[in-house]
Design a protein around this ligand. Structure first.
Ligand code: SR1
Length: 362
């Protein structure tokens, strides 16, 4: 079992009381600081000279940058880069795959010390990733298949994300009823969550998907709200919406509220942010459960993995970050209003062992 998997298993045990269905609650109060639940070796190695001198440049090449998830992820990556004295050179395709591929080519040409590719479609980023590998530029691919074993592939455990959210949906619906599903194909994390949804439907024949909606753009939540309204009006018997991306869930929540269906339709989502917590905990919110990692923590891991590769350290070729199930009831019971409070209450959301850097960071 690799370290990330082990962390996942420990996290699941720690959350066993709140990982099955809506009724479970988060810890009633923040119990202990994160470090006490996951002992981390004190870094003792010397800071590599290029890091001490501030000469390390890591290019972060993003497909998307708008939305809570991507903003928090970037904040974490920037904080880790600062702690490691690394220059993080950030570009975004703003949803345009060709622009992202061009940015990636430019990072290779500009001889970055390492590259992080954040999302993207395999067919548009893999040709430039090949060039990076040929040029011996170390590469970390987050949420996109790099198509080469030379790169480190970083993911959240997307199957578990879907399993946790769907476990809550099943507990609340008794495993039967009409469901609207929000999905866009081609995004690796959504495709993996979709595999779990397909299996879930096979295992639970009482669950009927009556509509599939979804769009990813710079105003995803608003677009999904319009689609969800139409789907709910066309299918008045819907009990649940499976919306495994927070922009999807926010859009679905807006639609349910605007149609006055909050007592009838519940939403099961993915991801978490302070704004999401606000939506989940407001009175009559239909968004009752979300399965999430801490996006800032994942951004930090990406930068640590890239820094380790620059320093010639060993890094597992597959790094997987485990999620936690967060319920509306748990958030309300614990009085959690923001992500900082959440990570104190759910220490499993912080995973300093994953891609640990063996030298002291500032
Ligand atoms: C459009 S893909 C959105 C997903 O990427 C990350 O994996 C987040 O979890 C988000 O749900």
């Amino acid at each position: 079992m690799n370290l990330a998997r082990l962390v996942g298993a420990v996290a699941l045990l720690a959350l066993a009381g709140c990982s099955q269905g809506t009724p479970a609650a988060a810890p009633s109060a923040p119990s202990a600081p994160p470090s006490s639940s996951s002992p981390v070796a004190v870094p003792t190695g010397a800071v590599p000279a290029e890091f001490a001198a501030g000469n390390v440049r890591i290019a972060l090449v993003r497909q998307l940058s708008s939305g809570d998830y991507f903003e928090q992820w970037l904040a974490g990556a920037q904080a880790e880069a600062e702690a490691l004295n690394v220059k993080l050179e950030v570009s975004s395709g703003d949803g345009n795959n060709d622009k992202q591929a061009l940015n990636l080519e430019q990072a290779v040409t500009a001889k970055a010390d390492a590259i992080i590719v954040d999302h993207g479609f395999a067919q548009t980023v893999q040709p430039a990733i090949k060039k990076a590998v040929a040029a011996k530029v170390p590469l970390v691919a987050f949420d996109v298949d790099p198509g080469t074993p030379e790169a480190v592939a970083l993911t959240q455990d997307d199957h578990q994300i879907a399993e946790q959210a769907l476990g809550a949906l099943k507990a609340d619906t008794g495993g039967s009823g009409e469901v609207v599903y929000v999905y866009v194909a081609g995004f690796a994390p959504l495709d993996r969550r979709n595999e779990t949804w397909e299996q879930f439907k096979r295992d639970n024949p009482g669950i009927k998907q009556v509509a599939q909606i979804g769009v990813v753009n710079s105003s995803t939540a608003a677009a999904v709200a319009d689609q969800a309204k139409a789907a709910l009006q066309a299918h008045p018997g819907v009990k649940a919406i499976f919306a495994p991306y927070d922009e999807f869930a926010k859009g679905a929540a807006l639609a349910v509220k605007e149609l006055g269906l909050a007592g009838q339709v519940k939403i099961y989502g993915a991801d978490v942010s302070t704004a999401d917590i606000g939506v989940m905990t407001e009175p009559n919110s239909p968004w009752v459960a979300t399965s999430a990692t801490d996006p800032a923590n994942v951004g930090r891991i990406a930068v640590r993995a890239a820094a380790l590769l620059v320093a010639g350290e060993q890094v597992d070729r597959a790094l997987t970050v485990p999620p936690s199930l967060i319920t509306q009831k748990g958030l309300r019971d614990a009085g959690i209003t923001g992500v900082e409070q959440l990570t104190r209450a759910f220490p499993a959301l912080t995973t300093p062992e994953v891609a640990r850097v063996p030298w002291p960071a500032s």
